[in-house]
Design a protein around this ligand. Structure first.
Ligand code: SF4
Length: 75
């Protein structure tokens, strides 16, 4: 994956397993028992990852750009 890859994380302490992320972007997130996880931690830049971070009811999803800056959820 190139240096511009984004990183997606889900904090299992915050995730309430609503399934919203996996339902919204199943190519990026999978509901896995008590919480969801990213399908891959490193992804090509994808607006849907930001959208999912925005809709997560627990703000459990963090998206970072290729330089490590937090870009999702958006303020
Ligand atoms: S939307 Fe948020 S709370 Fe719901 S499963 Fe995904 S990470 Fe967990």
């Amino acid at each position: 994956m190139s240096a511009v890859a984004w990183k997606v994380e889900i904090d299992p302490r915050l995730c309430i397993a609503s399934g919203a992320c996996a339902g919204f972007a199943p190519e990026l997130f999978v509901l896995n028992g008590a919480h969801s996880r990213p399908v891959r931690t490193d992804i090509a830049p994808d607006e849907r990852a930001l959208d999912a971070a925005d809709v997560c009811p627990a703000l459990a999803i963090t998206v970072r750009d290729g330089e490590g800056r937090v870009i999702g959820p958006r303020p």
